[in-house]
Design a protein around this ligand. Structure first.
Ligand SMILES: [Zn+2]
Length: 418
């Protein structure tokens, strides 16, 4: 691949935003130069005049369910939605696919599906269950970035929750390989209120800290869960856009597409999450993109999960969060998961960019969405700020006029060795 220059935009760097041209060679950023100072002869020029150039979003929590359950969501539709949302790397969760990612063979099967169908780059979580403890080393060897476990039933018989012994064994392996253990923290014996999250975080953090492992609390929804996580050194915590902008009242109004676990809570909790986010208590934001066929959202035991990979960046822009903070929160997982070349825009990193029109006002419609079922609790929402073009390693994978590129082209990213 030749050279690409992203010209005339305001580049959102790790510490500041500045008008710069970004020069990429073979998919890697090689220079950040004052505007108009690069010779563009024979070079692909991407005009970013009037646009913000964000680092491509690293979404550390998606469920693309592929192979085996692409009728829920697969790398084809999922990566199209990611590309249209400025997401250039997704880290896929080990449940929902068939087989679940609980063996080295399953890691390789998922990697093959990603390479074949994904437009964006992909990294893989490995599943930690009582049955997969003996497979953890082989899964790291096969390229997994860390282990994901459930503290409560996952909804799948082939992905049971961890108990004390299997979580301890998983944490010991994680410490040995210096990879994180991500845990879905809910203690359903306590119901679904904040105390369920808090008790579960405390349980997981106690076991992880005894093993010297890095615990990552996925999708914290209750403020108290964030506070509990912060009490433990070495524990990181993520939240999701839906917890930051929606309330339990919205869930009642919107219905099935806004139901998730843990649930979206009160307006007061939402404000509390913002305070913690602004105070630096939340390490990163991920979508927990978790679609299912619409029919499964109905009935006595409806499946819960929010499709959000496409709208994370737009929703945070609309919420008025500072752009440098947004870039930090949407790329921080790259360092924690040791994804080579991923993270902030800087020389030596991959040329992964989300070009954003900060002034575009638009209303989210189903036809704008690229996920398998075009379902989102944000349909009907007016947003200010929109992704207009996305580049993965210098290659345009989405353009607001042209749409998404053909499926494929994504790489599987393995963690850097220490
Ligand atoms: Zn999830």
């Amino acid at each position: 691949m030749g050279d690409v220059v992203v010209r005339g935009g305001v580049v959102v760097l790790a510490e500041r935003a500045e008008r710069l041209d970004v020069v990429a060679h073979d998919g890697v950023v090689v220079a950040l130069t004052p505007p108009g100072t690069v010779d563009t002869l024979g070079v692909e020029v991407v005009d970013a005049d009037g646009l913000l150039v964000f680092p491509g979003v690293v979404d550390a929590h998606v469920h693309f369910d592929d192979p085996g359950r692409a009728d829920w969501e697969g790398f084809d539709h999922g990566s199209a939605a990611a590309a249209a949302g400025g997401v250039t790397t997704v880290v896929d969760m080990p449940i929902d696919s068939d087989p679940p990612t609980v063996t080295a063979d399953a890691v390789r099967a998922k990697a093959a599906a990603a390479r074949e169908r994904s437009r964006v780059d992909v990294a893989l979580w490995a599943g930690l269950t009582p049955r997969s403890v003996g497979d953890l080393a082989a899964m790291v060897e096969a390229g997994a970035v860390g282990f994901k476990a459930f503290a409560c039933p996952s909804g799948w018989d082939d992905f049971p929750p961890v108990d004390d012994a299997s979580l301890a064994a998983g944490c010991a392996a994680a410490a040995a390989f210096d990879v994180p253990v991500a845990v879905h923290c809910e203690d359903r014996r306590l119901g679904s209120g904040p105390e369920s999250e808090v008790a579960s975080v405390r349980w997981a953090a106690t076991i992880a800290s005894a093993a010297g492992a890095r615990l990552h609390v996925v999708h914290a929804s209750a403020c108290e869960a964030v506070d509990e996580a912060r009490r433990w050194p070495g524990v990181t915590v993520e939240t999701c856009p839906h917890y930051l902008v929606l309330t339990d009242g919205d869930v009642r109004a919107i219905g099935a597409t806004a139901r998730c676990a843990p649930p979206i809570r009160s307006a007061a909790n939402r404000e509390g999450l913002w305070a913690r986010l602004r105070g630096g208590d939340i390490d990163w934001i991920a979508s927990d993109h978790s679609p299912c066929p619409p029919a499964l959202r109905r009935g006595a035991h409806p499946w819960a999960g929010i499709s959000g990979v496409q709208l994370t960046l737009a929703v945070l822009l609309d919420a008025g969060l500072d752009r440098v903070r947004i870039a930090g929160l949407l790329t921080a997982a790259a360092a924690a998961l040791r994804l080579p070349g991923k993270g902030p825009i800087s020389v030596g990193n991959d040329a992964d960019f989300a070009l954003v029109d900060p002034d575009a006002s638009w209303g989210v419609e189903a036809k704008d969405l690229f996920d398998r079922h075009r379902a989102s609790p944000f349909i009907g929402r007016a947003l200010r700020g929109r992704v207009v073009r996305t580049l993965v390693r210098g290659r345009t994978v989405y353009d607001i006029e042209a749409g998404v590129c053909d499926a494929g082209g994504g790489r599987v990213v393995r963690p850097a060795q220490i």
